[in-house]
Write a protein that binds this ligand. Structure first.
Ligand code: ADE
Ligand code: ZN
Length: 330
């Protein structure tokens, strides 16, 4: 079976960050908004660096307003996922963007997203689960409100809690209340760390927020004692190599630390983060990794297995996905 045809599991995908540029242009036109400044001459998103990316992301998101907009977005995103052979995906969604952290509004957005996910599962065979995510640079106060929305809607579809946004803002302890609230509601815990700050910040995040997974986590490579600690603890890294390279964290695929992390037995998985912003897809990630590290199908089967073990969904869903993987990997 070719890599392109192999089923894939993706644990780290921002829903708005996966919006195809044409979809955003269409919504902007419907609403008569001019956001042409966020696109380049070829119609793709134009981003200069991570902090500019966050601004472009928020500008694109500003035209996705109603639950119906999110329903359409979810379908558009899952079409792209299915085209890369993704059969199970966890996506970050945020009450910050969906209803301004109002619980009643949040339930409406969630219902629309879940409805689209059910339609995509029936039509395209891709299963979606959600990780509720405050935006770090919106501050700890708002993160607490987001956690309450997450806790109130935890269940089969909302399975996790995370944090994205500008990693340089605040300290992990500032967000501990929100994470404790989500954990008590039974949600799986992940946190972006080790993308824009180094090993000390990863350690502080592990201590304060107690995640089983880290978004990125790749800068652990700057401290091999931490790498070994991650391997021993079994902390799973949601690695997004194409994102890291597009944002200039590493010069090219061969210099990306995922190869070394894998060799040192850290549990790594592969995701796209915000695929159209970084001109990537799951198929492209797998292809580039196969080229850069000479990874064979056995390694990709391991990545899939690690991802499924670390997924935040319930047992029935895991069993259903495991059967699909077995059929493909043998
Ligand atoms: N939000 C969307 N993409 C992100 C990333 N790569 N890091 C932090 N926050 C994000
Ligand atoms: Zn991310």
């Amino acid at each position: 079976m070719t890599l392109a045809a192999t089923p894939k599991i993706e644990l780290h995908l921002h829903l708005e960050g996966a919006a195809p540029p044409a979809f955003i242009r269409g919504l902007a036109a419907e609403k008569r908004e001019d956001i042409s400044g966020i696109f380049d001459e070829r119609g793709g998103y134009a981003i200069r660096d991570f902090w500019h990316f966050l601004k472009v992301y928020e500008a694109a998101t500003s035209v996705i307003r109603s639950p119906e907009d999110y329903r359409r977005l979810t379908l558009a995103v899952l079409e792209e996922s299915a085209a890369s052979g993704v059969i199970y995906c966890e996506t970050f969604i945020s009450p910050d963007f969906c209803g301004g952290r109002d619980l009643v509004a949040w339930r409406d957005y969630l219902a629309a997203i879940e409805d689209a996910a059910a339609e995509a599962e029936a039509k395209m065979g891709v299963t979606l689960r959600a990780i509720v995510t405050p935006i770090r640079h919106f501050g700890p106060e708002k993160a607490r409100e987001v956690a309450i929305c997450a806790a109130e809607t935890a269940g089969r579809f909302v399975t996790g809690f995370g944090i994205g946004g500008d990693e340089r803002v605040g300290e992990p302890e500032d967000y501990a209340w929100a994470f404790d609230c989500a954990r008590e509601a039974g949600l799986g815990i992940t946190a972006h760390a080790g993308e824009w700050r180094g090993p000390d910040h990863i350690r502080a995040t592990l201590r304060a927020l107690r995640p089983s997974r880290l978004g990125h986590g790749v800068r652990a490579i700057e401290d091999l004692a931490l790498v070994d600690e991650l391997a021993e603890r079994g902390t799973v890294l949601e690695v997004c190599p194409g994102s890291n390279i597009a944002l200039g964290l590493y010069s090219d695929w061969r210099h990306h630390p995922i190869g070394k992390l894998f060799d040192r037995e850290v549990k790594v998985t592969v995701s796209t983060d915000d695929p159209p912003f970084f001109r990537t897809t799951m198929n492209r990630e797998w292809d580039r990794l196969a080229d850069a590290f000479d990874w064979d199908t056995g390694v990709f089967a391991t990545l899939n297995k690690t991802a499924l073990d670390a997924a935040f969904c319930d047992r029935d869903t895991k069993d259903m996905i495991a059967k699909k993987l077995e059929a493909a990997h043998g």
